[in-house]
Design a protein around this ligand. Structure first.
Ligand code: GCU
Length: 591
């Protein structure tokens, strides 16, 4: 079976495409009832609750034997990972059952959906004892229709969450971040009229700064139903009718202020159809490549960036709130960045929407990380679904310019076939953005010469290289004489370089784990990258120290990756200022 998937992909013969996303667009712009808060939770290491706990039974008489009770179980906060809420759960991987009761008043010609911003890793959702559905993937949003299951009055929502790692999963068994489990992002009950706007795209036509292209997908609409798209501030308004599949396309001229990091202009865009009206804040910009350059609004741009995990500053754990986003992206701005790499999975919508508002270009990535089960059709379908839902949530965000398909994956045929398929999917789902992947395969083509030759370079629009010269290989000074070559005349982003340091540990520049060692490495790296071919951007590894099970050195790492320029307590290391000065110099030079 596995072998034939490879043959199928390599031969380009059709394979089962993922179903269209069922995600409802623009949840922030919809009427919702938040289901965040304290949920009773049962930690169930042996999954004994399967087939039982979803009923949330209560003893009906004094002799009735019910061997579990949500009411009597302690609570876990939602959103939030369970690991940082209870010491006993810091290392826990397994099933946890969550229950939330809420009261609801049913209304006519109104549909309702239960929406999850993200649940790590596997979620099975029940409402009033009925299964609504299952979802796999810890970093993408999903929703299930609940209209027919909802009751007048008290309703019971039960979610089984399981973050057990599997070889065929995405990500697979090993990764360099903490496997935070739980309902890690917002949960809401979303209401919409019986015929509603499921999804839409409103953006500048590729290569044009004055023409708008768009589409609207209605849910439940008869053919011919009218839809209107309006940009009041630009005096633009267009009405069209949906086809039999509920879809309407638009093309109209509009005089718009273009979005850019220096001028993050967002327009109120109003979409109306029947009883449904939604507002969204959308920026208009073009992004493309031209030879070795990345062009934003037709002009070459240098991406002054940093990589970051979705780790909460100060308290640790999975970040989720607008305040977390404010702190983290505030630090990114303080560094002098116009760009940020959200590694290695789609980050929460608060971060994406803040990047839109404050003017930060975004690299978004799915967790196809290191060596996954490439030849397994289920693994491909899983990765495709995560890509589809990432794009479904963020395709109207001007800030997002790059879809990254993978990170540090080994060069082998089944991997290339897998990633080629994802690239094709991404281009079909969104033809307006650029495709990249973080590669770490380089050829040693002479002493002090390295060539970027990964065959994946052929597939992507923008090359990206993770290189750890001065940390995992060589010494920081070796960067001074290193020459880099590339097999492609394509823009290059150095998507990772860096070294670990404990905040407050000082010593000579060659004393590992000191701030001086890290800073020395940065100094040599920054001089080296300026000599690299077609350099169009940088996202050093990493903004802030983050928790990782792979980092066990006591008194130094203590289960944290220490390559941050800022400690997990918000303390800036020397190298933070070195990169800040470097970006200031570039910005002053108009880069
Ligand atoms: C890798 C990887 C990161 C990891 C980093 C490191 O390149 O992409 O996820 O944390 O290196 O080793 O610190």
């Amino acid at each position: 079976m596995k072998r034939c998937l490879l043959v199928l992909l390599l031969s380009g013969l059709a394979h089962a495409r993922p179903a269209p996303s069922t995600l409802i667009a623009n949840i922030p712009g919809r009427t919702t009832m938040s289901l965040n808060g304290a949920w009773h939770a049962i930690v169930d290491p042996f999954d004994n609750g399967k087939g039982t706990f979803f009923r949330d039974e209560k003893p009906r008489s004094k002799s009735d034997r019910v061997e579990y009770s949500f009411d009597a179980s302690p609570v876990l906060n939602v959103p939030g990972d369970w690991n940082t809420q209870r010491e006993a759960l810091m290392f826990y991987e397994g099933p946890v059952w969550y229950r939330r009761e809420f009261s609801y008043h049913k209304r006519t010609s109104t549909r309702a959906f239960v929406y999850f911003g993200a649940v790590n890793y596997q979620a099975t959702v029940y409402l009033n004892g009925e299964k609504l559905g299952e979802h796999e993937g810890g970093f993408t949003a999903f929703n299930f229709e609940a209209t027919s299951v909802l009751r007048e009055g008290t309703n019971t929502l039960v979610v089984e969450v399981n973050n057990v790692r599997r070889v065929d999963a995405v990500p697979t068994l090993k990764f360099d971040w903490w496997n935070y489990g739980g309902i890690t992002r917002d949960v809401a009950l979303v209401e919409a009229p019986s015929i509603f706007i499921q999804d839409y795209s409103v953006q500048l036509t590729r290569g044009s700064q004055t023409e708008v292209d768009g589409w609207v997908q209605l849910n439940g609409a008869p053919s011919g139903q009218k839809v209107t798209v309006e940009i009041p501030e630009a005096g633009a308004r267009e009405t069209s009718a949906v086809d039999g599949a509920g879809r309407a396309n638009f093309h109209f001229a509009a005089k718009l202020d273009l979005w850019s990091p220096a001028h993050p202009k967002l327009y109120d865009v109003v979409l109306t159809s029947g009883a449904d009206t939604i507002h969204d804040q959308i920026g208009f910009r073009t992004i493309e490549v031209q030879g070795p350059n990345i062009l934003l609004n037709g002009k070459p741009i240098f991406l002054r960036g940093i990589s970051m995990h979705e780790e909460a500053p100060f308290r640790g754990g999975r970040a989720f709130s607008p305040e977390d986003a404010q702190t983290l992206l505030g630090w990114v701005k303080d560094l002098g960045c116009n760009f940020v790499r959200f590694a290695h999975y789609p980050h929460n919508e608060n971060e994406i929407r803040l990047a839109d508002r404050i003017g930060l270009l975004v690299w978004s990535e799915i967790p196809v990380y290191w060596d996954i089960d490439w030849a397994n059709p289920a693994t491909l379908a899983n990765a495709e679904a995560q890509l589809r839902d990432e794009i479904a949530r963020d395709h109207n965000r001007a800030a997002v310019i790059l879809w990254s398909l993978s990170n540090e994956t080994p060069v082998k045929p089944e991997r290339l076939a897998f990633l080629k398929q994802l690239a094709q999917d991404a281009r079909e789902l969104d033809s307006t953005r650029l495709i990249t992947s973080a590669m770490n395969h380089v050829e040693d083509t002479g002493s002090d010469v390295r060539t970027i030759s990964d065959p994946l370079g052929e597939v992507v629009d923008v090359l990206a290289l993770n290189e750890y010269l001065g940390w995992y290989w060589g010494r920081p000074e070796d960067a001074d004489k290193m020459q880099w070559k590339s097999n492609w005349n394509k823009p290059l982003i150095v998507s990772e370089f860096g070294g670990g340091a404990v905040y407050g540990r000082h010593g000579d520049a060659d004393e590992i784990w000191t701030e001086e060692y890290q800073d020395n490495l940065y100094q040599h790296q920054l001089a080296m990258v300026e000599r690299m071919p077609n350099l169009a951007g940088l996202t050093p590894w990493v903004l802030m120290d983050f928790r990782s099970p792979a980092r066990m050195l006591p008194g130094v790492q203590d289960y944290h990756n220490r390559k941050g320029l800022i400690s997990n307590r918000g303390q800036r290391k020397i190298a933070f200022y070195t990169l800040q000065r470097f970006y200031k110099k570039l910005a002053e030079a108009g880069k």
